[in-house]
Design a protein around this ligand. Structure first.
Ligand code: S3P
Length: 174
């Protein structure tokens, strides 16, 4: 494989899209955010998809998109946080490149998702911090199978360097 894809996964608010965009610039790869692609294909927001068609339908869109993306190369892909709960998605993405899992503390996640404009349908309950803990607990075993990158307390540039280190990409020559 000439340019294996680099796939960033992990819980909501761990910085997948921000970091993915910057990493893609550094490597000269194209950047794809799975939520953005699904919104584009459907012509509506993720929040509207969950409200009008339900989570199961959204997961089908994720799976169809993964099948397309896994057939391409030279992509940095930021996944929605639940996409890797489907083992078929993991197998397809793993065959197309490397998956790295970003993490952050629950309180940092809450602060970040609160600041962002995007609405997270899975965190709309009375107590989002409790929801974060519960979902993390449910997903931990799946997330744990991938190489980990802790994002709390690191700048974007530091994280891009960390990622390049994890991926063993040599530094650019001046
Ligand atoms: C989800 C994460 C969201 C989005 C949807 C469901 C999840 O993406 O796909 O709200 O199940 O964790 P981000 O991880 O980019 O917020």
């Amino acid at each position: 494989m000439q340019q294996p894809n680099i796939i960033l996964t992990g819980f909501m608010g761990t910085g997948k899209s921000t970091l993915g965009r910057r990493l893609a610039q550094r490597l000269g790869y194209a950047f794809v955010d799975t939520d953005d692609q699904i919104e584009e294909r459907c012509g509506c927001t993720i929040a509207a998809i969950f409200a009008d068609r339900g989570e199961a339908w959204f997961r089908q869109q994720e799976e169809a998109l993964v099948r397309d993306l896994a057939g391409r190369q030279g992509l940095v892909i930021a996944t929605g946080g639940g996409l890797v709960m489907n083992p078929d998605n993991v197998a397809a993405l793993q065959a197309s490149g490397r998956i790295i899992c970003l993490s952050a503390t629950p309180s940092e996640i809450l602060a970040r998702v609160g600041r962002q404009q995007q609405v997270r349908p899975l965190l709309q309950g009375e107590n989002p911090l409790a929801d974060i803990h519960q979902l993390l607990e449910q997903r931990q075993q799946v997330y744990r199978q991938f190489p980990q990158l802790v994002t709390t307390g690191r700048s974007i540039d530091q994280l891009v360097d960390d990622l390049l280190g994890l991926l063993e990409v040599p530094p650019a020559t001046p």
